[in-house]
Design a protein around this ligand. Sequence first.
Ligand code: GLN
Length: 249
Amino acid sequence: MSELTIGLILPDVLGTYGDNGNALVLRGRARKRGIDTEVVTIKLGEPVPTNLDLYCVGGGEDTAQILAAKHLTEHRGLIEAANLGRPIFAICAGLQVLGESFRADGRIVDGVGLIDATTSSLGKRTIGELISTPAGIPELTDTLTGFENHMGATILGPDAAPLGRVIRGVGNCDAHGATADGSAEADGQVGAEGVVQGSIIATYMHGPALARNPQLADLLLARAMGVELSSLEPLDIPEVEQLRKERLR
Ligand code: GLN
């Protein structure tokens, strides 16, 4: 077994907009530092092992994410991994699926219940660049950049904090979505992006997010290895800097 194992969870149903690339970015950044790393792919119908160091869950279409929610609830591996404090990184439909409930294919579906959040619908689909200032994790200081394409309006409960505050784009929800479920706590929900809860980091950023946000990638690697982010040797990859500059322009 490799020194570091990264689970790519259900890429056959949750892997839109290149989200599978997050696992590849993590593997690439670890290998550049001489850490023997492998990606373990878990497909629909296969049990999720609890002993991986880090888990990546991507985005997907409505029907696909309903299948994912059912699978991840029935096979308890990801839930157990979260209970063990293993880092989990989830994108868009992945974020919604890990919540308490979400709306898909015109109905409300039970989520896995790892994130204190419910997802209803935005006033209209949001598609475009999503930029935010990190908020929920002190070590994260670099502006977050990604691409969003979703209909979900996610309201966070008291156990979940936003990953960032939106500078451009929508993120978790718009004003319509914030009040759709009659939530009296709409304040602060509009303009929130993503979720931080225990060992889980989730976001609406596709991109893949970790190609655009190397500091976030390294934070996940550091957590997976049980070390401080500041202890990771910096990587000088000019293409990544160039990509960030272009997307943030
Ligand atoms: N199906 C979900 C929505 O439209 C998630 C989409 C996605 O993962 N990009 O909100």
